[in-house]
Write a protein that binds this ligand. Structure first.
Ligand code: GLU
Length: 438
């Protein structure tokens, strides 16, 4: 079945990787549910319900015409409207969007918030573009995508390269071309116009809540521990914030040019100033802080820490990196990004007895808080920060126990990869079975 799917989706290695991880985990669930195989659930679940690819032409500041490619892969809506972010990054292609959309089906199922799975984006690179160029690009992107969206159809959000600024422009154009102020058709909106409190923080906070839950199964906690973190976007920044709030010390952050190590612990105000306000490279952090140094290139995973939170991008942590972390005494790894650890790195962590939280469980807090935003939009309510954070915390406890219990039940105690995949798969497969061959 996997070989057929690989042949049908030739040249899409990231999608193959994501499919393989799920399919190799769910064998015990398939033994218990022969009806899933009989009704073609596997063949259906790896085939997106709909895929849209489109031209995105726009004019740069020098009046030259530029052309990018837009994507939206609406993977599965058995549990609710399609839900998942948009990524703007030069590496975006169909394989990347399909792996992300596929992961999103299961991640969203684990949140228990009634949301289907989708992902989209473009190979557009926001780096170095003016605000006006970003706006024109977003408007052109939405001139096509709007017809595929809607609060009960498909609800995008941010991802790499799509933050508050881009969401503002995308939402504005949707409103203009549809003549509808339809709050629930996008999440991650500004808090002054329908956005939810804690959405910005949610993925990072959630990954740390998940880590705390994993530690609790061993009567341990984050308090007093050191953490190495990759990335310097939303996920990394707010993972660092929550680690610090829980008494840990985060030592690193990175971007594509290298990483910084701050033995005194990351100065969050400075990190936010550099990345959120001034949008500079991470090396600027080391220029402004004497306790920090910048390492150009190299691997952030060579820095010793008891917790590792890969929060940059897919396939950023190799077997070599895993071995370095293990020999430096890492105790827990939680994926803040989507699929940051290569499969052999994951196996190495598990074999070494390191607590390992896969992205579809550990980083589900972002999309879960998106679902809270949808609820607030639908009921015209606004929940405050601490109420919203409590709800996120409860959802992450639920995600953890769903994965933990499924791992136990299917004979792989402590294996959160098997636990998350089987708990999510069974939920989606049950819904697909009930809804007929569609
Ligand atoms: N892009 C995020 C993720 O990977 C969030 C998606 C959303 O909020 O819809 O889960």
């Amino acid at each position: 079945m996997y070989q057929t799917a690989v042949a049908r989706n030739a040249g899409e290695p990231e999608f193959h990787q994501a499919m393989h991880e799920v399919l190799e985990s769910i064998a015990p669930a398939l033994d218990e549910h022969p009806e899933f195989l009989e009704s073609g659930i596997l063949e259906r679940i790896v085939e997106p319900e709909r895929q849209v690819m489109f031209r995105v032409p726009w004019t740069d500041d020098r009046n030259r015409v530029q052309v990018n490619r837009g994507f939206r892969v609406q993977f599965n809506s058995a549990l609710g409207p399609y839900k998942g972010g948009l990524r703007f990054h030069p590496t975006v292609n169909l394989s990347i969007i399909k792996f992300l959309g596929f992961e999103q089906i299961f991640k969203n199922a684990l949140t228990a918030q009634g949301i289907g799975g989708a992902k989209g984006g473009s190979d557009f690179d926001p780096h170095g573009k003016s605000d006006a160029e970003i706006m024109r690009f977003c408007q052109s992107f939405m001139n096509e995508l709007y017809r595929h969206l809607g609060e009960h159809t498909d609800v995008p959000a941010g991802d790499i390269g799509v933050g508050a600024r881009e969401i503002g422009y995308l939402f504005g154009q949707y409103r203009k071309v549809t003549n509808r102020h339809e709050s629930g058709m996008f999440t991650g909106k500004g808090t002054g116009w329908g956005g939810a409190e804690v959405r910005t923080e949610a993925t990072g906070y959630g990954a740390v809540f998940f880590t705390e839950e994993m530690f609790a199964t061993r009567n341990a906690s984050i308090d007093g521990k050191t953490a190495v973190v990759s990335g310097s976007g939303n996920v990394a920044i707010y993972a660092i914030e929550k680690v610090q709030q829980l008494g840990g010390k985060a030592l690193t952050a990175s971007d594509s040019s290298g990483y910084i190590v701050d033995e005194a612990g990351i100065d969050l105000d400075l990190l936010k100033q550099i990345k959120e306000v001034e949008r500079l490279r991470i090396s600027s952090y080391a220029e402004r802080r004497t306790s920090a140094r910048f390492v150009s290139g190299g691997s952030v995973w060579d820095v010793p820490g008891q917790i590792a939170l890969p929060s940059a991008t897919q396939n950023e942590l190799s077997l070599r990196d895993a071995k370095a972390l293990i020999s430096n005494g890492v105790e827990a790894v939680a994926e803040g990004a989507n699929m940051p650890c290569l499969p052999d790195a994951v196996h190495a962590f598990q074999q070494a007895g390191v607590l390992f939280g896969p992205g579809k469980a550990a980083n589900a807090g972002g999309v879960a808080t998106s679902a809270l935003e949808m609820s607030q939009n639908a009921s015209r309510q606004r929940w405050n920060f601490s109420d919203s954070e409590d709800r996120l915390h409860n959802i992450m406890r639920g995600v953890h126990s769903a994965a933990f219990e499924a791992a136990d039940r299917y004979g792989r105690p402590g294996d959160y990869v098997v636990g998350a995949n089987t708990a999510a798969f069974v939920k989606v497969a049950d819904a697909m079975l009930a809804q007929g061959v569609i």
